[in-house]
Design a protein around this ligand. Structure first.
Ligand code: THG
Length: 269
């Protein structure tokens, strides 16, 4: 599982305050703890102030790269913030994200091609928003994937996000995402499939159990990456069990090793 650590996100209150106060310690601590938990990438979102976003992004990346070698997932819709980040990252990043919205097609796609970055593709545009059928989502995904491939990105540089909407607002919202994952996997076997997932439980009690169960179902459908909290032990346990059961853990070595290292199972005191 390709874990993209989600915690350095300016829409979170603690992180927003740290950005405002230039509190490096909090940001560095989040980078270290997500690195030690086994993240493959660290998502960085500088938050909502568009005028300050480029400099805030640069400040965040500087702090993260001071304590970890992990590549970064640049989480922004702002082409200026993305370019500022692309200029200073040490390793090939993921750009999060391209959608079918005109502004992103014009502002984000050229950056991904210019820098040869990995790219998250969202199944939405500014004509229909998020389509409420799998075929509608696939239509957008195919359009965007086609443009990225034609521009020179390799299929395995793409991370398709099928998008998750709350099960509390639509009985079929879970199966819609699962169906889309299977369709992406079939159309683009080398592409990665990632998602934020926690939207599934919005408005519901016991969000953790809903998120974990859905994660296991998404893994069974072909999801191989997740934007989540890598320090969420129960989520990691479910992820590792699901991948093992799907035949992605030879001789169950990953699961056993994680258990012996105390990364899953009863917490050592
Ligand atoms: N797809 C893509 N990118 C994304 C998302 C997605 N980026 C943002 C988001 N969704 C994933 N990132 C986060 C980061 C933090 C939190 C949730 C998702 C989070 N939420 C707290 C909670 O759920 O309890 C509340 C916020 C807080 O801590 O203040 O921490 O889907 N491509």
């Amino acid at each position: 599982m390709i874990f993209i650590g989600e915690k350095i996100n300016g829409t979170r209150k603690k992180v927003a305050a740290a950005i405002k106060d230039r509190n490096s310690d909090l940001i560095r601590q989040l980078a270290v703890e997500q690195t030690e938990a086994g993240s493959a990438y660290l998502d960085i979102n500088a938050g909502t102030a568009p005028s300050r976003e480029p400099e805030d992004m640069v400040w965040l990346i500087g702090n993260v790269q001071a304590v970890t070698d992990l590549p970064i997932c640049l989480d922004s819709a702002n082409p200026r913030a993305l370019r500022a980040g692309l200029e200073i990252v040490h390793n090939t990043p993921i750009i999060n994200s391209l959608s079918g919205e005109k502004a992103r097609l014009e502002g984000v796609l050229p950056l991904a091609l210019e820098y040869g970055a990995h790219l998250i593709i969202l199944a939405l545009d500014d004509v229909v928003g998020i389509p409420d059928t799998s075929s509608g989502r696939m239509e957008i995904i195919k359009r965007l994937t086609g443009m990225a491939l034609k521009g020179g990105l390799a299929e395995d540089q793409l991370y398709v996000d099928p998008l998750v909407t709350a099960i509390s607002t639509g009985t079929e919202n879970g199966t819609l995402t699962l169906e889309t994952i299977r369709a992406v996997k079939k159309a683009y076997p080398a592409a990665h499939i990632t998602s934020g997932l926690s939207n599934i439980s919005y408005g519901m009690p016991l969000r953790g159990i809903i998120n974990r169960t859905f994660l296991a179902m998404c893994v069974a459908s072909g999801l191989d990456s997740v934007i989540a909290d890598p320090n969420d032990r129960a989520l990691l346990e479910t992820t590792m069990a699901a991948e093992m059961l799907m035949g992605r853990d030879r001789f169950c070595m990953g699961f056993n090793k994680a258990y012996r290292a105390g990364r899953i199972g009863p917490q050592a005191k």
